[in-house]
Design a protein around this ligand. Structure first.
Ligand code: FDM
Length: 211
């Protein structure tokens, strides 16, 4: 079945504001793909399991303070430390469904007022996604979905700024899906986008982000 014809796997990234439904849609998409016989794994950034990830996690929980540029570089380092594994998985035919990536890295740090070009620079050379699915939600409506948790960035005003920066990052790999459609409708759209991406990218080499 799908994806196991000797071709490479696809790098599929889900992005969106907090409470956009990304995490549950990632899980649904992953179990759909596995059920269809695709070789697929779910990843997420930050990857809190590494030592860099633990520093990030403590920062997000407000248990530690870090300079804005320092935490930006740690988020980026957290992707760099996974790059080699990511490449080998993709080349060996595993599709990766990734909850947040470099777009979160740039949008959240730029929302604090850091220069966007400065924010993009350390992302260059990471593997470029084949598909970025942006789950589009209005920050006010997202906050109503059971409210934000207690983490550092979960505030409406901040999320609005993040949304603006996300919009400026759209490129040809982006597909915007309305995150307020019924959950099953969103799920259906993601299935279609991901399965066609997996077919379409088979013959294409991996490329790097070049911002
Ligand atoms: N975040 C996430 C960043 O600020 N930069 C990054 O590079 C990444 C990957 O971390 F508020 C922010 C986005 C979010 C927080 O993400 C933790 P999760 O998805 O809630 O774990």
């Amino acid at each position: 079945t799908g994806g196991s014809k000797g071709g490479r796997g696809a790098l599929v990234v889900l992005e969106g504001l907090d409470r956009s439904g990304k995490t549950s849609q990632c899980a649904r998409l992953l179990s759909f793909l596995k059920g269809k016989g695709y070789n697929a794994e779910g990843w997420r950034f930050p990857d809190r399991a590494t030592s860099v990830g633990q520093m990030i996690s403590s920062y997000l929980a407000n248990d530690s303070q870090l300079d804005d540029r320092t935490i930006h570089l740690l988020f980026s380092a957290n992707r760099w430390e996974k790059r080699a594994l990511m490449e080998s998985k993709l080349l060996s035919g595993t599709t990766l469904i990734v909850d947040r990536y470099s777009y979160s890295g740039v949008a959240f740090s730029a929302a604090k007022g850091l220069d966007i070009e400065w924010c993009k620079a350390p992302e260059n050379g990471l593997i470029a996604p084949d598909l970025v699915i942006y789950l589009d939600v209005q920050p006010e409506k997202a906050a109503e979905r059971g409210g934000y948790g207690g983490e550092r960035y979960e505030k409406i005003e901040f999320q609005k700024k993040v949304a603006e920066h996300y919009h400026s990052l759209r490129d040809s790999t982006w597909k915007v899906v309305d995150g307020f459609l019924p959950m099953e409708t969103v799920e259906e759209k993601l299935r279609d986008l991901a399965t066609s991406c997996i077919q379409d990218c088979q013959g294409n080499p991996l490329t790097n982000l070049a911002w």
